[in-house]
Design a protein. Sequence first.
Length: 186
Amino acid sequence: MRSKQLKSNIMATTKRVSKKVVQNVTQAEFETALAAYASADAKALQITAKMDVEITKIRDKYAPELNGLMETCETNQEVLQVYCTENKEKLFESKKSIDTAHGTLGFRTGTPKLKLLPKFNWGKVLEHLKSYLPDYVRTIEEPAKDRILIDRETEIVSQNLKKVGLEVVQDESFFIALKKEEVTIA
């Protein structure tokens, strides 16, 4: 997983090169490739660790100023919102927003959503829908894939899998798990 992330970071900054087809690898080439892979991975870890240290230093340097600015924004947003809410009829009589020298302020109407009334839960709603609005109750039929996988070795399921048009497969993927040494940051 980490090598995919590293590869995508590297690919984002380099040009695409046509890939050479590798075949008939000897034991010596295998050993060389594994050593080069391990070395490159270790070096990439070191560089990433250095980057993380530098990024942390930069974040620490600017964090107090940013926190102060965010606090100022939050405090002033509250003042602006209260003013606009208290003067909503006057400020927003014809439009949902107002333009000022520093920006546009206003109210947005959210996406419609259903909210339960007091003393109701979704179970009660479902029962009442069945009675009063049955067209608004979904009935979903779908294969219980999770149960089929769990019971795949039972006699009834294993004998009928092919009859129902299924087979259980497991993909195999290649992996490399390097023995890591502790990374020191220079």
